[in-house]
Design a protein around this ligand. Structure first.
Ligand code: HEM
Length: 411
């Protein structure tokens, strides 16, 4: 294939990256792009697309990258923004560099550490089993709304010390919040964004007050937020925005992982059987689900602050470099027969990214996924897909998330 043909293929992908095909089966495209050049300069957009595994790791390791979007902010930098959108622009850790970025990561380090994740395992195991046992038997139901979506909210509610019964409310705030990511907002959209954010702040306020007054003390995320606020590291608005970002960032990725992972395991009955027969393989199995079914299509953009060399290309200062973990995770130079799901592999993957912005919740998500898939294997081993129509996917730019999946569990 020549450069012009490849450029045309990428342009076709970007012309409608939300098309069902691009979401459901992007791997042929990724494979063509990666084998053409794992660091491809897409000239139409003047953007460098990193689809190779080692190249993505190198990009994560370079200290010469900035993640700040100030000059590339989707909103007109001169335009007046509402309260919530300005806050989002200024306090989204994914788009930060040190020292601000370091402050955000430090504020939640305890909650998201490996030892904390491990200490949560018995609790997560308990409610994972309860949720799976409570699923309908002998009738069709939606795996997403009945299991893959409530699980991350269970988790978020526990992290924030709020009742799980409120999860629909929290989801509504999270869904409305996503409007803030729309580029070039109108005044009306800003107003709606602000109203929703105020509602979320009001919802959270009594829980924060309980912690501040010392009436309630728990070892969770809300406690860490309150401590950071008391140290003067964050304002009340910043705490609420941080909580909102974690709620949004945390649920769709995890829902996507559970649903696509379940689909892929059931599409590979030998692998599903192997997991059921050897439950001690769960950690490896989840790593393979992260690699093979991993939901992150496109990771964040980063901008070299100096001219850098990557994949044999001299990339100029200020260029846009985008890494693609789901492509890198199927790089044949690293994984044997990468398009095959194989839970016996024992290799690390890049589903949670690489470098300073490595997913803060990776340890917790791993425990959560291990417990959910173990619970399904044990409590609902006969689960089967009953959906006959093609699965619809989310149109979010960054995710490969099935919106619903009809299944049945024989009793
Ligand atoms: C299957 C589930 C998940 C996947 C695949 C995933 C993936 C990712 C990826 C690829 C990044 C960017 C890393 C980079 O740029 O190097 C990221 C960052 C992040 N993730 Fe996750 N994530 C998941 C779940 C969660 C959850 C449950 C939470 C919160 C409760 C969360 C919070 C974050 C945050 C706050 C960041 C930004 C970290 C920073 O900027 O330093 N993620 N995640």
């Amino acid at each position: 294939m020549d450069k012009a043909t490849m450029e045309g293929l990428v342009a076709k992908y970007y012309a409608d990256p939300r098309a069902r095909e691009a979401r459901a089966e992007p791997f042929e495209f990724w494979s063509a792009l990666r084998s053409f050049d794992p660091v491809f300069h897409f000239e139409t957009r003047d953007q460098w697309m990193v689809t190779g595994y080692e190249e993505m790791k190198q990009a994560g390791a370079f200290p010469e990258f900035s993640y700040k979007r100030s000059s590339k902010c989707p909103y007109d930098p001169g335009a007046p923004l509402g309260r919530s959108r300005s806050l989002l622009r200024d306090s989204f850790m994914l788009f930060m560099d040190p020292p601000e970025h370091t402050k955000y990561r430090a504020a939640v380090r305890r909650t998201f550490s490996g030892p904390t994740a491990r200490s949560w395992r018995p609790t997560i195991r308990g409610w994972a089993r309860d949720l799976v046992r409570a699923l309908p038997r002998d009738e069709e139901f939606d795996f997403v709304s009945e299991l893959a979506l409530p699980v991350p909210f269970h988790f978020t509610c526990q992290l924030l010390g709020i009742p799980f019964e409120d999860w629909h409310k929290i989801k509504q705030y999270a869904d409305d919040f996503q409007r803030l990511f729309l580029p070039n907002p109108t005044e009306e959209e800003d107003r709606i964004g602000d109203e929703n954010f105020i509602k979320f702040c009001e919802y959270l306020a009594p829980y924060i007050e309980d912690r501040e007054s010392g009436r309630v003390v728990k070892d969770d995320l809300l406690q860490e937020f309150v401590e950071a606020k008391q140290r003067g590291d964050f304002t009340a608005d910043e705490v609420a925005m941080f909580a909102q970002i974690l709620t949004v960032g945390g649920h769709e990725t995890t829902t996507a992982l559970f649903t696509q992972g379940m689909m892929d395991l059931l599409a590979h009955p030998d692998q599903w059987q192997l997991l059921k027969d050897t439950p001690e393989m769960i950690e490896q199995a989840v790593e393979e689900i992260l690699r093979y079914s991993g939901p992150s299509i496109q990771m964040q953009e980063r901008y070299p602050t100096e001219e850098i060399m990557l994949g044999g290309h001299l990339i100029p200062k200020g260029a846009t470099v985008v890494t693609h973990p789901s492509a890198a995770n199927r790089d044949p130079r690293v994984f044997d027969d990468p398009e095959r799901m194989d839970i016996t592999r024992d290799q690390s993957n890049l589903a949670f990214g690489f470098g300073p912005h490595f997913c803060i919740a990776a340890s917790l998500v791993r425990v959560e996924a291990q417990e959910i898939f173990s619970a399904i294997a044990e409590e609902a081993p006969g689960i089967e897909i009953t959906q006959t129509e093609p699965v619809e996917y989310s149109t979010l730019d960054t995710l490969r998330m099935p919106l619903s999946l009809k299944v049945r569990i024989p009793s």
